[in-house]
Design a protein around this ligand. Structure first.
Ligand SMILES: Cc1cc2nc3c(=O)[nH]c(=O)nc-3n(C[C@H](O)[C@H](O)[C@H](O)COP(=O)(O)OP(=O)(O)OC[C@H]3O[C@@H](n4cnc5c(N)ncnc54)[C@H](O)[C@@H]3O)c2cc1C
Length: 396
């Protein structure tokens, strides 16, 4: 049997669920499919141990679909973004720049939420939309674009005809492959370990990115639990160094993390499991195909620096909503509009993040000193700094 829908969203990750709810909230008939089960236990291999820092425009989007109130109890406020250089001979902070949200007239930059709580809460909220059919545990298997609609086959044989297919099926997107859209991938020889830590000192809403060699070590606030201070960590380094760190038991791993953090929050104690991610940049050569729009990591992947990844993905969804308001759903005009709106911004942000990552990677002392000088310069240039902040937050 053939089911007719306005929109099929392939992928129920954070981006796919946001897209599905945003379109369903304005009356579109949407189906969202994802092969992973709705609840994944913390010690399950498939558990997502990352956290996501949402900047304020993203929070505003979540408010509009009534999601924010459910998420707020899991969120920690981000008031200060601190960049530190510890690239000298000794492992100590030699340059520090603080960016505060109040500089650009905001109380906070955004909020940080653990991905597991995020996904579970989003799924529970998605189930309340009458025009959203959520099929967890089901994958897209095939796609056949036709003139008025695309025909999609799921792995249980269900066939769906949709005016628009939104590919939010991640960095290895099957939809992208079925449409023969090539990708350009840059590998940096880096990996990132993600984990949560308890610590003695409060973070006071400060997110800290520490640069030494091999990549940044980033501490992002999590809410206190039973009076215990907690943060999420992304520790980026070269592949071989990360492999050695992953072999360590919790106690020596916690000691190594404390040392790498220059002790800024006191001794760190790892909580729960560690996840390991390859760090890449990837850009699809086209953001659209017939009756199809690629969003989020199906379209662009970047190193986790400056909380850009998912926040850029939410800008994709805003652009799709705008384009759907101006043109027929899934029409060539709508997809061209989407492509025009997003292409330039994605390329610009990718280049910025890539530059920061290459600066973070450097092993060579004179280049490490240059990075320190660059940081110092950013810290002292008032108007440039405010413009960079507004742009980083997605406000300009
Ligand atoms: C270590 C790390 C830290 C990060 N921190 C931040 C941060 O602080 N702030 C930020 O903005 N961004 C951050 N990012 C980036 C952010 O996590 C990603 O941009 C975001 O998770 C991408 O979401 P997505 O929905 O595109 O992909 P995914 O989360 O990978 O979701 C894709 C979904 O598609 C499903 N799928 C796969 N194949 C199929 C199929 N055939 N049919 C249907 N569904 C399918 C998968 O099961 C999956 O659920 C970070 C990234 C990393 C690696």
């Amino acid at each position: 049997m053939l089911h007719n829908k306005d929109i099929l969203v392939a992928g129920g990750g954070v981006a796919g669920l946001m897209a599905a709810m945003s379109f369903a909230s304005i009356g579109y008939d949407v189906i969202c499919v994802d092969p992973s089960p709705p609840i994944v236990e913390q010690n399950d291999m498939r558990a997502d141990l990352r956290s996501t820092a949402f900047l304020m425009p993203a929070v505003e989007m979540m408010r509009q679909i009534g999601l924010w109130d459910r998420l707020a109890p899991h969120a920690a406020e981000l008031r200060v973004m601190r960049l530190c250089d510890a690239g000298g001979v000794e492992n100590e902070i030699r340059e520090q720049v603080d960016f505060t949200a109040t500089e650009i007239g905001h109380e906070r930059f955004g909020w940080n939420i653990p991905n597991r709580a995020l996904r579970q809460t989003m799924i529970a909220h998605a189930e309340t939309f009458p025009t959203l059919d959520l099929r967890m545990g089901r994958a897209v298997r095939d796609l056949l674009p036709r003139t008025g609609a695309a025909r999609v086959t799921l792995d249980d044989g269900t066939r769906i005809e949709a005016k628009l297919v939104i590919a939010a099926d991640g960095r290895d997107s099957l939809i992208r492959e079925l449409l023969d859209i090539p990708v350009r991938t840059t590998r940096y020889g880096q990996k990132g370990i993600v984990f949560a830590v308890r610590h003695a000192l409060p973070h006071n809403g400060v997110s800290t990115e520490l640069h030494r060699t091999g990549g940044p070590f980033t501490l992002v606030p999590l809410p206190d639990q039973d009076g215990v201070h907690r943060s999420a960590v992304v520790w980026m380094d070269t592949g071989p160094n990360i492999a050695e760190l992953m072999k360590l038991d919790d106690a020596p791993f916690s000691a190594a993390a404390t040392e790498r953090s220059c002790g800024i929050l006191g001794p760190l104690q790892i909580e729960g499991a560690r996840g390991c991610w390859p760090i890449i940049s990837q850009q699809a050569s086209a953001l659209t195909g017939p009756r199809t729009a690629l969003i989020a990591e199906a379209a662009h992947v970047m190193p986790p620096i400056g909380a850009q990844g998912l926040n850029i993905s939410l800008a994709d969804i805003r652009a799709l909503l705008d384009a759907a308001g101006r043109h027929g759903l899934g029409s060539e005009a709508m997809l061209d509009d989407y492509n025009r709106a997003r292409r330039h911004d994605i390329t610009l942000r990718e280049r910025g993040v890539e530059l920061l990552n290459r600066a973070a990677l450097t092993e060579v002392q004179p280049l490490r000193d240059l990075r320190r000088a660059g940081l110092h310069l950013i810290g002292t240039l008032g108007p440039v700094r405010a413009a960079a902040l507004r742009r980083g937050m997605g406000l300009a």
